[in-house]
Design a protein around this ligand. Structure first.
Ligand code: ASP
Length: 432
């Protein structure tokens, strides 16, 4: 008898992505001005399918972050662990972002993607003011936890969940009863994540098909140098910096790490949102890599909100590009300002599509570069947003593994097992 092994989720998502991209290109080539296809297929089926997929991921973020973080903190035996783990995580997040932007400025200066660029573009882009660090910290504290949840303010939800978890851990028997309810809830929510992940191949297909039907790739040719330097730096950081860090701090195999990141990277790539990818990043670091929930429940949502190395890289390369394109020399002081502003601006800014450009306006403002420069690069930003979001969440995951290892909260046999976590991804639609 021949038994059929089911195709892995990763392979199914890859198939969804590739067929989506090809379908998008085919529609663009064959049905460019076809009203029916446009109205019912592209803006009908694809749009609806893609939006439902993103909505279903986002729907999970608040309950998942809250419940898993309450479980994580209430399980901490010693509360000083919390401060140590938080401090380490933030230190890693800030350092990796600073490395990322320094790398980007170096590459941007070395390869000069902006010299001789066309400057005719005009923009009406207005910059938001960079929030002060004090305001960012004040904004982390919710005045009303329910409205923080309703508005999806991840940092506020994190703060409330940590406090709630701490209270559970010191509330004796009543705390234990509540903790066990949260632990069951956590299991159920992780099943919900698995359920929705199994729909991902279709969701990814719809998103890619819609995007590639409308994506003007022509702009890439005009901006080839910018695109290549930026994409190259993103890949360099994604593959080399994190691999060196992982090897250096934990001795674990970067190849295993990157292989296990596949699903999360594809979700990040198709949604261009670190936030919407939180459920998958969480599932990946916990189930596939063996990071304990008490670390992952904290590092993953925090990283999706404050740690954006890919975005910082975009800002570094874009700043160098725009300065070159407008023939403006940046001083050493300007470079330091860019590093500082971009690192600070990324804290407190949600991981949603395109937000990097808004933050870029702040950075340009700080060093007196013309905001019109943003119009030059806008045309290729969507595709680059997809790549940098994948880097953003790879950074969150690498730091999660490093912090977990240092806290003795990493199941290394799970990390080293290539098939770990696959069982958790299986969904049986009947109860056993
Ligand atoms: N889309 C990115 C993210 O969600 C942010 C950005 O760079 O625009 O991580």
């Amino acid at each position: 008898m021949i038994t059929k092994t089911p195709m892995s989720l990763t392979s199914r998502v890859i198939i969804g992505m590739v067929t989506g991209i090809l379908t998008g290109f085919a529609i663009r080539a064959l049905f460019a001005d076809n009203g029916f296809v446009d109205a019912y297929i592209v803006n009908g089926l694809f749009e609806v399918g893609g939006k439902i997929f993103i909505a279903s991921l986002k729907m999970l973020v608040v309950p998942l972050v809250f419940v898993s973080l309450v479980c994580g903190t209430s399980a901490l035996k010693d509360l000083s662990t919390l401060g140590r783990m938080g401090g380490k995580t933030l230190a890693f997040y800030i350092t990796t972002t600073a490395i990322a932007i320094t790398l980007a400025l170096t590459m941007g200066t070395l390869f000069q993607p902006g010299s001789g660029a066309d400057l005719t573009a005009v923009s009406t882009f207005t910059s938001a003011q960079a929030p002060s660090l004090g305001q960012v910290i004040i904004d982390m504290f919710p005045t009303n936890p329910i409205s923080a949840m309703a508005e999806g303010k991840t940092l506020q939800v994190i703060v409330f969940a940590v406090l709630f978890g701490v209270a559970i851990s010191i509330a004796g028997e009543a705390g234990e009863r509540i903790a066990s309810i949260f632990s069951d809830l956590n299991e159920v929510i992780m099943k919900l994540v698995a359920l929705l992940m199994n729909l991902a191949p279709y969701g990814v297909f719809f998103l890619m098909a819609k995007l590639f039907t409308g994506l003007g790739l022509g702009a890439i040719i005009n901006l080839a140098e910018y695109f290549l330097v930026l994409a190259g730096t993103l890949l360099l950081h994604g593959f080399v910096t994190y691999s060196l860090m992982l090897k250096g701090f934990t001795g674990l195999s970067p190849v295993t790490f990157l292989k296990k990141m596949e699903d999360a990277i594809m979700f990040a790539f198709s949604t261009a949102s670190s936030n919407a990818t939180i459920p998958v990043t969480m599932e990946t670091v916990k189930n596939r890599m063996g990071v304990d929930n008490r670390i992952a429940s904290f590092t993953v949502p925090l990283g999706a909100t404050v740690n954006m190395d890919g975005t910082a890289i975009m800002q570094g390369v874009a700043t160098a590009f725009i300065a070159q394109a407008f023939n403006i020399d940046l001083t050493m002081g300007d470079y330091l300002t860019v590093i500082l502003t971009a690192t600070l601006a990324s804290i407190g800014t949600a991981g949603v599509p395109g937000v990097g450009l808004v933050m870029l306006a702040m950075v340009l403002n700080q060093v007196g570069l013309p905001l019109e420069g943003i119009a030059l690069i806008m045309g290729v930003d969507r595709l680059l947003d997809m790549i940098r979001t994948a880097v953003n969440i790879t950074g969150d995951s690498a730091v999660s593994v490093i912090v977990a290892k240092s806290e003795d909260a990493l199941d290394e046999s799970r990390f080293n097992d290539p098939h770990a976590g696959e069982k958790e991804e299986e969904v049986h639609l009947s109860h056993r």
